[in-house]
Design a protein around this ligand. Structure first.
Ligand SMILES: Nc1ncnc2c1ncn2[C@@H]1O[C@H](COP(=O)(O)OP(=O)(O)O)[C@@H](O)[C@H]1O
Ligand SMILES: [Mg+2]
Length: 247
């Protein structure tokens, strides 16, 4: 019998154990938002984290993306314990390991497309000509090599998001972390971006974690983690029918 080929490797990019997060309430006490979140993501996976509004997706994403730290539990990013780092240390980890793609693109509107893509390379100590070379290579990957002198405002939403993806890839991250990446796009452009993510994952083995509240969008990934009221209620293959997520 033929052995089943899986693309994900044994290298853990994300390892979360019993992550809890609480926020202080103004009137005293605190509100717990995440409860015992435990999961691993291995190199080469394309995972969606899905849940309704208010379920804790952004809070979870902020911890995954080293933008915030948990109240308790442990988080290892590429084998390194990042649970208790200071904000300066978190910034270094983010720049080294993670490429971010946001709903609103977060491009610098007064800088050229090429400058935007070069941004993550600023702190890498690379000579300028190498930075330019690498940024052009990334723009070629997303099919925007002819637009390097444009300003983001001159591009369509779908093109802006492709610039953001080129920027995310430029730093050669271990992980692309995308927060509602199609939320500001019409469905045609959204589908293009999702197909592009799928291609990056399948053809280049890029590890992707995508936050979404829509089941149709999660369909593009290979694994779905469903969060409801701060708890994981499903973790597995993306089911054909959304009703499989309701218990
Ligand atoms: N910085 C914060 N301070 C206080 N409460 C917060 C903070 N961030 C999120 N929350 C609360 O945590 C819950 C989950 O929010 P969030 O993670 O943004 O959910 P989602 O992204 O799934 O919509 C909400 O009740 C929200 O009000
Ligand atoms: Mg959110």
């Amino acid at each position: 019998m033929q052995k089943k080929v899986t693309k994900s490797s044994d290298i853990k990019i994300i390892s979360m154990k019993k992550i809890c997060k609480s926020f202080p309430l103004e009137m005293g006490g605190d509100q717990q938002v995440l409860f015992d979140i435990t999961f691993d993501v291995r190199q080469g996976e394309f995972v969606s984290i899905m849940g309704p509004s208010g379920s804790g997706k952004s809070t979870c994403m902020n911890i995954i993306g080293a933008l915030d730290t948990p109240t308790s539990g442990t988080y290892e990013l590429y084998g390194r314990d990042v649970t208790h780092l200071t904000s300066d240390e978190l910034a270094v980890v983010r720049n080294e390991y993670i490429g971010f793609v946001f709903q609103q693109f977060n491009l610098l509107s007064k800088r050229s497309v090429l400058d935007n893509v070069m941004l993550p390379l600023m702190y890498r100590g690379l000579p300028m000509d190498e930075r330019i070379h690498r940024a052009r290579e990334m723009l070629r990957r997303v099919g925007l090599e002819k637009f390097e002198t444009y300003l983001p405002t001159q591009l369509s939403g779908g093109m802006k998001q492709r610039v953001a993806i080129a920027r995310a890839l430029a730093g050669d991250p271990k992980l692309i972390l995308a927060d509602e990446p199609t939320g500001a796009l019409d469905s045609k452009m959204g589908n293009d971006i999702l197909s592009f993510f799928k291609k990056l994952n399948q053809e280049m083995g890029i590890t992707i974690v995508m936050i979404t509240h829509e089941f149709e969008i999660a369909q593009y990934s290979n694994r779905l983690i469903h969060i409801y009221d701060g708890r994981i209620t499903y973790d597995g293959r993306v089911p054909r029918d959304e009703r499989a997520l309701q218990q």
